[in-house]
Every structure is written in structure tokens, then in C-alpha cells.
Design a protein around this ligand. Structure first.
Ligand SMILES: NC(=O)c1ccc[n+]([C@@H]2O[C@H](COP(=O)([O-])OP(=O)(O)OC[C@H]3O[C@@H](n4cnc5c(N)ncnc54)[C@H](OP(=O)(O)O)[C@@H]3O)[C@@H](O)[C@H]2O)c1
Length: 282
């Protein structure tokens, strides 16, 4: 089998799908597969999929159910933690670069200014801890890797906040959304394009990629409602009024200084959101 230059793992997920479009657009040779073809926790499957000639492994596979991770942290850690170590080892063996993704939830949310790439990890929930395990294993691996932390991912497809809020605002007269968690939304399509630009720019190690600007979930929801001209109204509430199994950081804005020096400024989240909403799958 001819080696694909890019191997996308978790290819049917939100980001995985964005990569298929982006790589095809740039006419870059790639293979995209999901858990049915390559389970990243399975060493044999990983060895077979990553062979000499593969140059970049784009790991979009993950356990992304934040509340679900509270009930089964071990399973989340197998995928978000140990499998990342396995991929890093195999990439090193064949001389490929591993690009993988982590989260703003590795930080504690107590900061008063954006989290820089080298800052201390202190996750508040099981999902954040599972991702922190992956980051530690990468740091101990000897190969070439880039770990891109991102936050609040959305796309015209898949399970995400934008599609959920749009549906709710079309069905209900009003919804409540938390206004005391602040972060940076990220278009999956922007993240895929920015990742390719980061690779091109020679970036390695921990990096941050999100949309530009920042907001609360409430402000994000209000803008979604405005863009779809929904009849439903968005009302602000506190996290205490809307308890969830996993604790969320109050402030999880990721610092973009290094990224913007490398590949230019990140488009504002409102512009990316408008672009996505126009093409949103039903
Ligand atoms: N979504 C967010 O808001 C967010 C925020 C910060 C960081 N991130 C990170 O960004 C990356 C991309 O997230 P996403 O939202 O695109 O994820 P996603 O839509 O949940 O996609 C993940 C894909 O990985 C697959 N998968 C699960 N276990 C696997 C395994 N053992 N082997 C191979 N594939 C497996 C999933 O299949 P099934 O659906 O069949 O399980 C799914 O197709 C992840 O690393 C995520 O943690 C996401």
C-alpha cells in the first residue's frame, strides 16, 4: 500500500471531517479513518496504520463526552491519555510527526488573563485529567509532535453547541444559558486550516488554536440566535442554576500570541460563526 502523507484518525468526528475537506482542497494525499478501521487504543491497529512513508498523523480521535468522563474516567484516559502515548511511540519509530489535540479544560479556570502554552496544568474534571495524561506522555516521548489545545469546537455538522442551541431556539420560546464561563469558540474548519498552516510554519510542542475574541456561553448563544433569526429568546443564568456532572472552569481563554506570531491573526469568532451557520446541516 502506498503511504498517505497525512493520516487522519477519528476521521468521522467534527474535526476529522473538517480535515477531509481541507486536505482535499489543498490536493494533499491523505487517508481518513475512524474507530471502525483504526482503534487508537489497539496497538496492532496503530502499527498497521502508521507505517514508514506516513509523514503526519492528525489525531482527531478522542473521548469528548465531558460529563460522561466523570462516570468512566478510565475509558476516557485510555483514549485521551494512553493512546496518545502509543501514537507518539509509533510515530517516532517510523519518523512521522504526531499532531494531536487537547483542551482548555487542562487549566483550572482561576486565571485573570489568557492561559499561555507553558502554564501549569490543573484540570478540574475527569476529561481534563484524561487529556493531561496524554500531554504528559507526549512530553516524555522522543519524537516530533505538536499538541494543539483548543476550546468550544463547532462545525456545520456533528454534536456541538451551535447546532444544539439553533435547534432549541427554533423549538422553544426561551432557553437559559450560563453567563459565568468565559472562553473562546473555535470553528473546526478554521482549526483544520490553522493546523496545516502551523505544520507549514514548523510549529512543534504545545500550541493554542481557537477563533479570535472571547465570550461567555450566553453571549455565544445570543449571537447564534441573531444569525438564524430564531424566535426563541436566550436568558442568562449561572452555572449553579444549571448543575452538570463535570465541573467547568470559569475562565478558560487560551492565549494566542505565539500562534498569531507564526500564522497571523485568528479570525474573530463572530465571523467564523456566521460562515458556519450559513452551511449548518439540519
Ligand atoms: N468538541 C469540543 O468542544 C472540544 C473542545 C476542546 C478540545 N477538543 C478536542 O478536539 C479534538 C477533536 O474533537 P471533536 O469534537 O472533533 O471530536 P468528536 O466529534 O467527538 O470526534 C471524535 C472521533 O473519534 C472517534 N473515536 C472515539 N474513540 C476512538 C478510538 N478509540 N479510536 C479511533 N477513533 C475513536 C469518535 O468515534 P465515535 O463517535 O464512534 O465515538 C469520533 O468519530 C479532540 O481531541 C477533542 O478532545 C474538542
Amino acid at each position: 500500500m502506498t503511504a498517505p502523507v497525512f493520516l487522519v484518525l477519528g476521521g468521522k468526528g467534527m474535526l476529522g471531517r473538517a480535515f477531509s475537506s481541507s486536505l482535499a482542497y489543498h490536493a494533499l494525499p491523505f487517508r481518513s479513518c475512524d474507530v471502525d478501521e483504526v482503534d487508537i487504543t489497539n496497538e496492532d491497529a496503530v502499527r498497521q496504520a502508521i507505517f514508514p512513508g506516513v509523514r503526519f498523523v492528525l489525531n482527531c480521535a478522542a473521548w469528548t463526552n465531558v460529563d460522561g468522563a466523570e462516570k468512566d474516567e478510565e475509558a476516557a484516559t485510555r483514549i485521551n491519555g494512553h493512546a496518545v502515548g502509543l501514537l507518539a511511540r509509533r510515530c517516532e519509530e517510523v519518523g512521522a510527526m504526531l499532531v494531536t489535540y487537547s483542551t482548555d479544560y487542562v487549566f483550572d479556570g482561576q486565571a485573570q488573563r489568557p492561559y499561555r502554552t507553558g502554564e501549569k496544568r490543573a484540570p478540574l474534571n475527569a476529561y481534563g485529567r484524561s487529556k493531561a495524561v496524554g500531554e504528559e506522555l507526549l512530553e516524555r516521548s522522543g519524537g516530533r509532535w505538536m499538541n494543539i489545545r483548543t476550546s468550544w469546537l463547532y462545525a456545520p455538522w456533528g454534536n456541538n453547541f451551535v447546532r444544539t442551541i439553533a435547534k432549541l431556539l427554533r423549538e422553544k420560546p426561551s432557553i437559559k444559558v450560563v453567563n459565568d464561563q468565559r472562553g473562546r469558540p473555535t470553528s473546526a474548519e478554521h482549526l483544520a486550516a490553522a493546523t496545516l498552516a502551523m505544520i507549514d510554519a514548523g510549529a512543534t510542542g504545545h500550541q493554542h488554536v481557537t477563533d479570535g475574541g472571547e465570550c461567555t456561553w450566553y453571549e455565544f448563544a445570543v449571537e447564534i440566535g441573531r444569525l438564524i433569526a430564531a424566535p426563541g429568546k436566550v436568558e442568562p443564568c449561572t452555572s449553579a442554576e444549571f448543575p452538570r456532572p463535570a465541573k467547568r472552569p470559569a475562565y478558560s481563554v487560551l492565549d494566542l500570541t505565539e500562534t498569531e506570531q507564526l500564522i497571523g491573526s485568528m479570525p474573530d469568532w463572530r465571523a467564523n460563526l456566521a460562515h458556519v451557520v450559513k452551511r449548518m446541516e439540519a
